[in-house]
Ligand binder design. Sequence first.
Ligand SMILES: NC(=O)C1=CN([C@@H]2O[C@H](COP(=O)(O)OP(=O)(O)OC[C@H]3O[C@@H](n4cnc5c(N)ncnc54)[C@H](OP(=O)(O)O)[C@@H]3O)[C@@H](O)[C@H]2O)C=CC1
Ligand SMILES: N[C@@H](CCO)C(=O)O
Length: 442
Amino acid sequence: MGDPLKLGLAGLGTVGVSVLKRLGMMENELAMKAGRATRVDAITARSRNKDRGVDLSSYRWFDDPVALAKDADIDVFVELIGGDSGPAEEAVRAAIIAGKHVVTANKALLAKHGNELARLAEENNVSINFEAAVAGGIPVIKTIREGLSSNQITRVYGILNGTCNYILTRMEDDGLTFAECLEDAQRLGYAEADPTFDVEGNDTAHKLAILTSLAFGTEIEADSIFLEGITTITKADIAAADELGYRIKLLGVSQKTDTGIEQRVHPTMVPKTSEIAQISGVTNAVAIDGDAVGSITLAGPGAGGDATASAVVADIIDIARGLFINPLGRPVGELQPYVRAKMRAHEGGYYIRLTVNDRPGAFASIAQRMAERDISLESIVQRKGRSHREEARSSASRQEKPQDVVLLTYETTEEAVRKALQAIKKDGHIVASPQMIRIERL
Ligand SMILES: NC(=O)C1=CN([C@@H]2O[C@H](COP(=O)(O)OP(=O)(O)OC[C@H]3O[C@@H](n4cnc5c(N)ncnc54)[C@H](OP(=O)(O)O)[C@@H]3O)[C@@H](O)[C@H]2O)C=CC1
Ligand SMILES: N[C@@H](CCO)C(=O)O
């Protein structure tokens, strides 16, 4: 056996502690697989004295992640701090420049600086491995970069955020509120340090940007992704979707079009019978369409300490084995510039929920506005009971109690729906912003 591979571990939170435990638990097995031992030599976190449920006394402690990254005795810097700037970014750069391999789970960092960090890693002949950055425990980076390298990929899409899928599932299954579900996701270690990144869709966008680069051989470009999160999804939407035979999922979709690559993240209603609708809780799923392989779907836990540690440790073992692969699948100089396709006016059906003053003529006027835009309605249903907007209700007269009305359109365009909704708003029949969710038959 060769010399042990010495690790500097930065970040001892949900993922960091799980990595530490897994490396300890699997020590002998991993050494056999890699042909050399892997040993954590030094660690850093913000607070030295926090009880993390593990004995840290045998590791060298650093207060400063950058100092750890440059330390002469470590071979690999494992970054599990998070954030696209600050200590994580500074330490990763310092490690690469100092000739250390890097393993990171930090998709925010890669979405922002991935092209540059990959180039820096190539220049310094070190690896930057990031399997855990996308879809937690699912080995999707390896699958696209290595397993599917002989395919022309045309589309990648999926559920890429465990927190959002957990929230949507529990709202549907257990009737809990959005806030209750988010609190649980945080307690279980699924959510980002700032959970708005999860629920506003940014985390999905970061992951999608990485997958797009690997799938299409383009530079990572996260800034131009069309983005809608799940914060406006209510129990009323979930119940209505259920009754109509759909589930709501936050999807990230990246596809090649004639004009470039389209990347979008938004809540989507998918038929309950579809494969993607079966993905529940913290589970993620990534579907990849390739010319040789057809369509494949990978599913598995998308967040949580153990699942994420599985991917981080695999990345470490690749380094111990001496494997080197261009981080983005080809030399950075060979990546094509990203060309953004105009987001195609989504064509398909739409779910629309309107909170409407229940007065004569309101429904007829809404139906007319839709007809003026050639939008055919599959159904229009007045939801019984309390409307979504309590405050709207209290401000209305007894005769004009707001009611939720749910419309399902047949195939139409986004532009037509947006224009019809503008006209409906102007007519003054609705008392809250309309909810609009795209329907996809994936
Ligand atoms: N949680 C998950 O399921 C997944 C997370 N990830 C990614 O993994 C990374 C870590 O996530 P997670 O473990 O959940 O995050 P946590 O918030 O649980 O842990 C972050 C750790 O970083 C430490 N830290 C923060 N600032 C500094 C600093 N300035 N110097 C040194 N240490 C610092 C914290 O120290 P202290 O404990 O002392 O406060 C803490 O130990 C993130 O990039 C995240 O996006 C990826 C996939 C799944
Ligand atoms: N917060 C992320 C962690 C995994 O990347 C999620 O919920 O998916």
